[in-house]
Design a protein around this ligand. Structure first.
Ligand SMILES: C[S@@+](CC[C@H](N)C(=O)[O-])C[C@H]1O[C@@H](n2cnc3c(N)ncnc32)[C@H](O)[C@@H]1O
Length: 464
């Protein structure tokens, strides 16, 4: 049912206020956008489903296009942000002492919201006419705007002109990610290809973990959830945008599927565990890959899941119970080597903490809060964790290193350094699960290989 005009006015204003407050927390406090948003929605239980959706879509749209939207943002807000979020490496000392975001300027924020939703190239929210009035602009005829992933710059110029900028700022795709990213990445394609993929809203991928796939698909049909099986990976299911809470479904409560990006599913497949084996998921976190390993083991064999942050393993325990995996055991681990007599694992997976640059499509805020300097520290930690976990691999066993990073230093760089002082390990070629191409034992998963995040996997074998 359409909303009454006065409710739309209230919703538009509330969304602009929420946006300014949320962006402030992301940029100034450095908190991840998904966490900030979840906390905001928890504190604003009065928000209905439509308000929640509007705030969430608006926040992510603004963050995705932030590199181009900055000229529209109120200067008082912009001047208070740290340098990396405004696209420079130096600036005046940010005004961190401020208690909260500067006052709302309806006109400017309405323009930012309008531009972000127009750049998204999808359906516009019902509050759009309210934003147009507040920004004193006419909504451009949508069919007059260039459309499609390879026409985003043209579209942006048309949007900026429609918003009253007779000479739009120079809009280059490369402004949508920090420049240093390309010095850290060995791209097999032009930069613009990666950025165009970063600008597309990612789909939700599920991993089925039941032989009774038909019952899951039936429940989806009953709830008008449109999905598509992956053409070559039978457990991967891609969902069309859905407003329903997937956690309310019986199939979810019975552990018949998990939400897991396709690129992340590639890592379990690169491990290729055999039923009956003993695996160690050394950086298990909430256990997405431990569950996948346990499923690939066909409930025979064991998975030891460890993490330094033990609270994360509580989530895994719940998920393991829901999925019916009694063979997942949880332990605390901080990267220390294991005693030689405990080198008993057929396989060890190190899904290392990383820059997460491969997930910038899903988490666009991180493009503006990450710094190049963080990579040095991450590489040191990654190498320490890989060396520590490698001591658990039995002779003849497998070691898999993974990150959700694009950066060469965190990926091939770590493997090269590890191999230099671990002569007992060698790279083991495997077939890339998405492209079916042979790999020399290391593979970067790119978003265009399956409409997914980017990840890296290296597979090594310990000599017998
Ligand atoms: C990329 S995340 C793992 C994601 C997880 N494998 C999954 O599929 O959901 C990396 C994990 O490494 C853990 N970690 C960070 N420092 C660590 C350390 N010193 N020792 C062990 N684990 C660590 C983090 O707590 C985090 O859960």
């Amino acid at each position: 049912m359409p909303m009454a005009p006065h409710k739309l006015e209230t919703q538009a204003r509330a969304c602009a206020e929420a946006l300014a407050a949320l962006l402030w927390q992301v940029f100034v406090n450095g908190s991840p956008a998904d966490r900030v948003l979840a906390e905001f929605l928890r504190q604003h239980r009065e928000c209905g489903a439509r308000d929640r959706r509007l705030v969430s879509e608006s926040l992510f749209a603004v963050l995705r296009w932030w590199g181009w939207l900055r000229p529209l943002v109120p200067p008082t807000f912009l001047q208070a942000l740290p340098p990396q979020s405004i696209g420079t490496t130096t600036s005046a000392e940010p005004q961190r002492e401020r208690a909260g975001a500067p006052a709302i300027h309806d006109r400017e924020w309405s323009k930012v919201l309008l531009a972000a939703h127009l750049l998204e190239d999808g359906p516009l929210p019902p509050v759009t006419p309210v934003w147009c009035r507040a920004a004193h602009v006419e909504l451009p005829a949508l069919d007059s705007l260039p459309s499609g992933p390879d026409r985003v710059e043209k579209r942006a110029r048309a949007v900026f002109r429609a918003l009253g900028m007779s000479t739009p700022p120079p809009l280059s795709l490369t402004d949508l990610v920090p420049d240093w990213v390309f010095e850290e990445t060995r791209l097999p394609c032009p930069r613009t290809q990666l950025i165009q993929w970063f600008q597309r809203r990612p789909p939700v991928w599920l991993r089925l973990q039941t032989p009774d796939v038909e019952s899951v698909l039936r429940e989806f049909r009953e709830n008008q959830i449109t999905c598509q099986r992956h053409p070559t990976l039978p457990s991967a299911l891609r969902l069309a945008p859905v407003s329903l809470n997937l956690r309310a479904l019986t199939a979810y409560r019975n552990g018949h599927f998990e939400v897991q990006d396709l690129a992340s599913q590639v890592i379990g497949l690169a491990c290729a565990p055999n039923p009956g084996e003993r695996w160690w998921d050394a950086c298990a976190g909430a256990g997405g890959k431990s569950l996948q390993l346990a499923d690939l083991l066909q409930r025979r064999g064991t998975v030891m899941a460890s993490d330094s942050r033990v609270y994360k393993l509580d989530d895994l325990r719940l998920r393991a119970r829901r999925g019916g995996f009694p063979n997942i055991q949880c332990r605390e681990w901080h990267g220390q080597p294991v005693a030689a007599r405990k080198a008993t694992f057929d396989g060890v997976l190190v899904d290392a903490p990383c820059s997460c640059s491969g997930t910038w499509r899903r988490n666009p805020d991180a493009r503006w809060t990450s710094t190049r300097e963080e990579i040095d520290e991450l590489v040191t930690l990654q190498l320490r964790l890989l060396r520590g976990a490698a001591t658990g691999v039995k002779p003849g066993g497998r070691l898999v290193y993974a990150t959700c990073s694009l950066f060469h230093r965190e990926n091939e760089g770590v493997i090269d350094a590890f191999l230099r002082d671990n002569a007992a390990f060698t790279l083991e070629p495997f077939t890339h699960p998405l492209t079916s191409e042979p790999t020399p034992g290391m593979a970067q998963v790119w978003p265009w290989q399956g409409d997914c995040d980017a990840m890296f996997a290296a597979r090594l074998r310990r000599n017998s």
